[in-house]
Design a protein around this ligand. Structure first.
Ligand SMILES: Nc1ncnc2c1ncn2[C@@H]1O[C@H](COP(=O)(O)OP(=O)(O)OP(=O)(O)O)[C@@H](O)[C@H]1O
Ligand SMILES: [Mg+2]
Length: 263
């Protein structure tokens, strides 16, 4: 039998999907569920979206982003001589740690924006390595991605355990999810062991949605209903993590988390 102790089951989850489908809302609700379930162990959240919407959804702020760390590295590398560049590599882990915010129940890394234009693949690669190393000291890692998967792949990590594709409750949305799945399978963006669909803002017609998903070859992890509590929290600017415990969306996600994602 599988042990339920958090340390024995390291989990790396990434959330993706097209713009506005509810990735950040999902990530914030999932955070709440992981914390209340008490089985997440050490939890690391990564906001891989340059717009950093996750911070609002969690009701937290960060002092520094990885984007700022990256800027500093590029500036120093441009200025410095050989010696300084070598020192810089030694300091990378330390610099990345500066972008890690420790909250009461989780740690948070915000990627932020990258100001400097141009290709800085070596810098991205170094930083990605640093994030991967950093992740090793956590039991559960949850990544809120931007619409595409490129940002995660280029700047965060190359492999996750479970990829959660969020879609809205439309045939078009599920088709887009199907495209993401094919992109992942063609091995161009990110490696994962398991991948499935969470259909959000559902107002009935689950059978029909399931059929669309099946046509795209997608497993449905579950459905999250359209929830006025979420709309209200966003309206007044209250964190999603503070939704009333019995909110339909949270109730639905608890089941999804229990049955599929965290099994
Ligand atoms: N289940 C739901 N019920 C009602 N409203 C929802 C639900 N899920 C998300 N929303 C609303 O949909 C909008 C988009 O949600 P969210 O910001 O989580 O999407 P996203 O995929 O992260 O967007 P982006 O691509 O811009 O990062 C928000 O206004 C949010 O309040
Ligand atoms: Mg978002």
């Amino acid at each position: 039998m599988m042990s339920e102790s958090p340390t024995s089951s390291k989990r790396l989850l990434a959330v993706c999907g097209k713009g506005g489908v509810g990735k950040t809302t999902f990530t914030a609700m999932m955070t709440r569920i992981l914390i209340e379930g008490g089985k997440a162990g050490k939890l690391l959240l990564i906001d891989a979206d340059p717009a950093m919407g996750l911070l609002n959804a969690l009701g937290v702020d960060v002092r520094r982003t990885m984007g700022q760390v990256r800027e500093e590295i590029i500036k120093t590398a441009r200025r410095g001589g050989k010696e300084e560049k070598i020192q810089l590599v030694d300091m990378l882990d330390y610099m990345a740690l500066e972008a890690l915010s420790e909250m009461e129940d989780f740690a948070l890394l915000a990627m932020g924006r990258t100001e400097t234009l141009g290709c800085y693949c070596p810098v991205n690669e170094l930083l990605r390595g640093t994030i991967e190393t950093l992740s090793e000291s956590f039991d559960t890692i949850l990544i809120d991605g931007e619409a595409g998967l490129e940002q995660i792949n280029r700047q965060v990590m190359r492999r996750v355990d479970t990829l959660i594709i969020v879609s809205d409750a439309t045939s078009r949305g599920i088709q887009t999810a199907g495209l993401i799945k094919r992109m992942v399978q063609s091995d161009r963006v990110i490696q994962c062991e398991k991948m499935g669909l969470v259909i959000n803002k559902v107002q009935g017609n689950e059978e029909l949605l399931e059929q669309f998903a099946r046509e795209m070859g997608l497993e449905v992890f579950g459905y999250i209903p359209q929830d006025e509590n979420i709309a209200y929290h966003d309206l007044v600017g209250k964190p999603i993590t503070e939704l009333p415990a019995k909110s339909p969306s949270l109730v639905a996600l608890r089941d999804i988390a229990k049955n599929l994602i965290l099994r």
